[in-house]
Design a protein around this ligand. Structure first.
Ligand code: UDP
Length: 328
């Protein structure tokens, strides 16, 4: 019988790409998603969708009735940094309550391994760049705080109940399935690469570059963009060590690109110009965030297959060209 996995938030951007990777490896997948931000059409064919929230005991019960699960992947959460700065209590309450309910269910159903979707937003005041796993956790927003709290909750769930967990801190997830079966479709869209591509396609007003007076070579913020398919393989790679121990890894390519570099790469890939203007800084944006992914490379042999920014943008562009209205 094939191995069975539960993916919460499997209708979302990173979650749906992990579901694809699991299905392509021959696994059976149950997705638990309330479709509040994810899309039913993003749940890959072959996965079973349980429609409901991780915080709803009835929905959790329906999802776990499909087990037993080899492992659980937890993506379902509120994810907008800016929104969390306006609604801190709602963000922390929802993400911690949902995660805690899921962890309780994992313990009750004797799930041995859990993978948490965590974030670079844990590191708002990095002492050095690139950022490694020994960096102090100083969340940059209530969103980041909610993930820090879940990481601590998982520490105790391991220590007391033996639930092994992997905390994967993504830097800037981007791109789309190289075979074109999934892509990025946030509503509202706040992420740089999809906004740049829609501006190039004339589907949105000109991009506003959030500040060009940062202490970086061209004055715009530098981020570490990682291909969503490479994030998916990292989730598969941690399953083996989770048989014996909990792990936490920072996930990026180790290379940073400025907003201006992203615009230039998008112009090269699309052959179109990206209309843009310079606006004020966005609150809470650090100048530079780059991951040191040496630990997962060294310990598990994981490598990004698509580290080049042009490839990441080309895959995102190809999906968007075929799906100009996203999953609608
Ligand atoms: N950015 C921008 N204009 C936009 C959206 C984003 O200049 O309309 C910049 C943002 O300031 C950051 C980078 O692009 O430096 C990546 O932002 P995104 O929201 O994609 O990811 P984040 O780094 O906030 O997780």
């Amino acid at each position: 019988m094939s191995q069975r996995y539960l993916v919460t938030g499997g209708a979302g951007f990173v979650g749906s790409h992990l579901v694809l990777a699991l299905l392509r490896g021959g696994a059976s997948v149950t997705v638990l998603d309330d479709l509040s931000t994810g899309h039913e059409a993003a749940v890959p064919k072959g996965a079973r969708l349980v429609h409901g929230s991780v915080a709803d005991p009835d929905a959790l019960g329906r999802a776990f009735a499909e087990g037993p699960f080899e492992a659980v992947f937890h993506f379902a959460s509120l994810t907008l940094v800016g929104e969390s700065m306006r609604e801190p209590v709602r963000y922390i309450a929802a993400n911690v309550a949902g995660g805690a309910a899921l962890v309780e269910a994992c313990i009750r159903h004797r799930v041995a391994r859990l993978v948490l979707s965590s974030t670079a937003n844990l590191f708002s005041e990095p002492a050095k760049i690139p950022i490694d796993e020994d960096e102090a956790i100083i969340p940059g927003s209530p969103y980041g705080e909610s993930k820090a709290m879940l990481e601590r909750l998982l520490f105790w769930a391991d220590r007391i109940h033996g639930l092994r967990s992997a905390c994967l801190r993504y830097f800037n997830a981007a791109g789309a399935d190289p075979d074109g079966e999934a892509g990025e479709d946030h509503r509202p869209e706040t992420h740089l690469i999809p906004l740049v591509l829609d501006a190039a396609a004339g589907r949105r007003p000109p991009l506003i570059v959030f500040g060009d007076d940062y202490p970086t070579p061209d004055g715009t913020c530098i981020r570490d963009y990682i291909h969503v398919a490479d994030l998916a393989t990292a989730h598969l790679a941690v399953l083996e060590p989770l048989r014996t121990r909990s792990v936490r890894y920072n996930l990026g390519t180790g290379t940073g690109h400025s907003v201006r570099e992203v615009i230039a790469a998008a112009e090269a890939v699309t052959g179109r110009s990206v209309p843009h203007t310079i606006g004020p800084r966005r609150e809470g944006d650090p100048a530079v965030l780059i991951a040191a992914s040496d630990r997962i490379r060294r310990e598990l042999g994981w490598r990004p297959r698509f580290p080049a920014l042009e490839t990441i943008i080309a895959h995102a562009w190809a999906w968007r060209q075929r799906n100009p209205h996203g999953y609608r």
